[in-house]
Write a protein that binds this ligand. Structure first.
Ligand code: SF4
Length: 260
C-alpha cells in the first residue's frame, strides 16, 4: 500500500543523515517489524550504522556518497573475527590496540595491476580499519545481497515527492512560510496521500470491502475526535495566529500571593 508512516520537517541545510539519526528510534517504535530500510546515498553515517545495528535494521543504500574507491576492500565478520578481501586476496585480521589490521601478501601485491590505486599502498600493503568502517563497508554492500527485483524499491519515493509538491506555486515553492506552517502542510499532505492510497487499494481489492466499512467507521471516529480536540485547542490556535500575524507576544504578568 506504500503508506507514509513518518514525516519530519527540517531546514533545508540539515544533512540527510542527521535527519535520519533523529528519526530512527521513532520509526522503529511505530513499525516494530521494520527490518529493512531503503534510502539513497545521503542517509548513511557512522552514527546511523550503530543505531541500525542496535535496532536490528538493515540499511539498504541505493547509491554511495563521495568518490568511489578504485580498489574495493570487502570486510566481512564471522563469529567476531574479520576477514578482508581485495580483488586478489582474502586475509584474516588481527586486533591492534584501537583497531584491526590486515597484512596482505607482498609477493601477490607485486604482480597486481591495481597496486598503484590500492588503499594499502601507503601502509606498505597493510590495511587498518575500525568496527565503524566495517559497518559502513557492509552498508554499501547490503544492496548486493538482495534479489534483483528488490533492489529498485526506493524509486517509488519519487511518486510520493510528486504528490507532495503538486500544490506548490509556479516557482516550486511552498505557499506558506515558517516551520510551524510547513509542518501543518506536510502532515496534512501525508494524511491525504495515505487516504488516497488506501482508497485506491480498496478499489482494486473489492474483496476487502468489509475493511472499507471498517475504515469509514474509523474515519468518522477520527474526524469526531479531531473536532473535539480542535475545539479544546481553539484558544491556543487563536494565540498562535495572533503571534504569527502581528509578530509580537502579548504582555504577561506574573503574580505571587501568599496564603495565610
Ligand atoms: S595491491 Fe595487493 S592488496 Fe591491493 S588489490 Fe592488489 S593484491 Fe590486493
Amino acid at each position: 500500500m506504500n503508506l507514509l508512516t513518518d514525516i519530519a520537517v527540517k531546514p533545508n541545510n540539515t544533512d540527510d543523515s542527521d535527519i535520519m539519526n533523529d528519526r530512527i528510534e521513532s520509526l522503529k517504535e511505530k513499525t516494530p517489524d521494520l527490518k529493512e530500510l531503503h534510502t539513497d546515498g545521503g542517509y548513511g553515517s557512522e552514527d546511523n550504522d550503530k543505531k541500525f545495528e542496535e535496532l536490528g535494521i538493515t540499511h539498504i543504500q541505493t547509491a554511495v556518497r563521495g568518490r568511489k574507491s578504485k580498489v574495493e576492500m570487502k570486510i566481512e565478520e564471522t563469529e567476531g573475527e574479520y576477514e578482508v578481501s581485495c580483488p586478489l586476496q582474502k586475509v584474516k585480521s588481527e586486533k591492534t590496540r584501537s583497531r584491526y589490521k590486515v597484512c596482505f601478501d607482498k609477493k601477490i601485491c607485486e604482480g597486481c595491476s591495481l597496486a598503484g590505486d590500492c588503499p594499502t599502498l601507503i601502509q606498505k600493503r597493510v590495511y587498518y580499519f575500525t568496527r565503524e568502517q566495517y559497518l559502513s563497508n557492509k552498508r554499501k554492500r547490503n544492496i548486493n545481497t538482495l534479489p534483483l527485483e528488490r533492489r529498485k524499491l526506493r524509486p517509488n519515493v519519487e511518486a510520493t515527492i510528486k504528490e507532495f509538491v503538486k500544490p506548490l506555486n509556479h516557482k516550486g515553492k511552498l505557499r506558506v512560510r515558517g516551520q510551524f506552517k510547513t509542518v501543518i502542510y506536510a502532515c496534512s499532505m501525508g494524511i491525504s496521500i495515505n487516504f488516497g492510497r488506501i482508497h485506491r487499494y480498496l478499489t482494486v481489492n473489492p474483496d476487502l470491502c468489509g475493511l472499507s466499512g471498517l475504515m469509514k467507521a474509523g474515519n468518522r471516529l477520527f474526524f469526531k475526535n479531531l473536532f473535539q480536540v480542535g475545539q479544546k485547542l481553539r484558544n491556543i490556535f487563536y494565540f498562535i495566529f495572533f503571534m504569527v500575524k502581528f509578530h509580537q507576544l502579548p504582555n504577561f504578568e506574573i503574580k505571587c500571593c501568599q496564603v495565610a
